[in-house]
Design a protein around this ligand. Structure first.
Ligand SMILES: C[S@@+](CC[C@H](N)C(=O)[O-])C[C@H]1O[C@@H](n2cnc3c(N)ncnc32)[C@H](O)[C@@H]1O
Length: 169
């Protein structure tokens, strides 16, 4: 019996731990920061929010409750399962994709929410510029800043950035 418990614990540690090679480990956004993020994004019902590393689905749920369409990418299959169940009643608004968000071409979006780690912020900046050359996108990041990029607004440790369409000459 003890061996089974031990194996389950090892399996859980590996499952939650392996994501550090691709992004931040699981740590949920607090209620205050979740509200700050949605307030800073200031999206209209019907607009689309992407969450990169959607964890337990709490931000997706809060976005859907505001009438937003929300797409989450999550690497940890247990969190994908849990968040799909948790957000089931909003399934028309919420899509949760199991996979490494760096490997996807992100769909058209009006806002992006992240809670990552410092070392991924430069890469994130480049990927947003590559993915959205022709549209405006707002990024909100909890705790971590994009190096050398102007912060539009800050609230409760959540930072708002604007990405504007690149000028063609
Ligand atoms: C710090 S937690 C934040 C969770 C959620 N965004 C929130 O704020 O409550 C980071 C989440 O991103 C997931 N994650 C990390 N790297 C990822 C990647 N490359 N692709 C998809 N999910 C990733 C982790 O499994 C974890 O659930």
């Amino acid at each position: 019996m003890l061996l089974y418990i031990f194996l389950v614990l090892v399996w859980l540690v590996l499952l939650f731990g392996f994501v550090v090679f691709f992004g931040a480990p699981y740590l949920p956004t607090l209620g205050k920061q979740k509200l700050a993020a949605l307030e800073l994004l200031d999206l209209e019902p019907g607009q689309t929010l992407i969450e990169l590393g959607s964890g337990d689905g709490r931000v997706l749920l809060a976005a859907a409750e505001k009438g937003l369409k929300a797409i989450g990418y999550e690497l940890n299959p247990l969190l994908v399962l849990y968040s799909r169940l948790r957000t089931w009643r909003y399934r028309k608004y919420i899509k949760i994709i199991w996979g490494n968000f760096w490997w996807f071409v992100w769909p058209r979006a009006d806002g992006i929410y992240v809670f990552l780690l410092d070392r991924y912020m430069k890469k994130l900046d480049k990927k947003i510029i590559q993915n959205y050359p022709e549209q405006k996108v707002k990024l909100v990041s909890f705790a971590f800043k994009i190096p050398d990029k102007k912060i539009q607004e800050e609230k409760d440790g959540v930072y708002l950035y604007n990405y504007l369409p690149s000028k063609k000459t």
